[in-house]
Design a binder for this molecule. Sequence first.
Ligand code: GLA
Length: 400
Amino acid sequence: MTDANIWQRFLAFSPGDVSQVRVFFAPGRVNLIGEHTDYNGGYVLPAALTVGTWAFVRLREDGVYRFASTAFPQVVTVQKGDLNYKLEDDYANYPKGVVWAMEKAGVSIPGADILYHGNLPNGAGLSSSASIEVVTAFAINELSGAGLSVERLTLLSQEAENQFVGVNCGIMDQFSVGMGRADHALLLQCATLHYRLVPVQAPGYKLVITNTNKRRVLSDSKYNERRQECEAALAQMQRANPSLTCLADVSVEDWERLSAVIDDERLRKRAHHVVFENARTQRAATLLEQGNLRAFGELMNESHRSLRDDYEVTGPELDALVEAAWTVEGCIGSRMTGAGFGGCTVSFVEAPQLPVFEQVVAERYIEQTGWAPSFYVSDIGDGVREVTSDELAQLAKSIL
Ligand code: GLA
């Protein structure tokens, strides 16, 4: 859809003066390493993408929110005082949840017409839902003049997803979509929200996201199951070591001793992944800072093996993509990214090898699964923001 079409779509949905419309953008994210560590109090290393979700917003004065999307035909209309999760409202449950969380936090506007337009593949594990949540929270914050920090907005967005939508995610997605910086990854300690920006220095390499094109059907129930398994493993270790507050408190050095009390092999494997992934993520950030991309890539591969064998969240499609990527000369690291069970992989590939990479991976993947993958060569962009007046003038020109 072109810019002109988006504006026409907006004005058909919300007629009136274009100059009263404000436009905001939040990216999606890719996680470079540190998977299933966020809700265990550990480290993650995500980066914001340059693709994401735009929100075109016009204030209303009548206590009503109307949500539209260029990807769905229906308009969802809700009274501010009557916000409930409804299956048939589909994507609009995310912004509804954000309005609910913001109102609860005392941040309020009288109402709005909001049209969303995105260029992230939905359900591909690149945080399209966090992107829509955070862009909505940011827009309401700006329009209300409440002045909440972006960090706070990411927490309110997570609250919307946990409590309103009912998905028990950690903080990684919302935080990276909100706080990302161009050409940097964020090394985030999820228990404290302390973070440091890590430059992604990869001259000569491309960051490639490969989509299995398999929607993550099982992801919510399996995701919650993994969370419970982690809690159960922690509870067993806590009986012997009451000072542990989360799995990420366990160091690699203490693993053998502290995990000896876990009486179930499956729980032990889950906890093993978390403890070693947490250590890997910190090491990986240092290697990236040192520009040692080859060693970084090795850790990405280790991460995938651990997610496949110990955490068991990969599945045949993700394994097929990653195992094909590993055979390509010039691919120095490849792993699944996000929750797993479908979605995408992330790989670093020497730039001249990119065509070979795409050909080999596509061929093997189609042969093994019958599905065709999609490839995105991605740049690392900034977090949520208002679209500048210059960018807006460009967009507006297209309808005059
Ligand atoms: C999903 C969740 C995140 C995180 C990842 C796994 O993306 O939303 O909070 O747990 O899975 O690392």
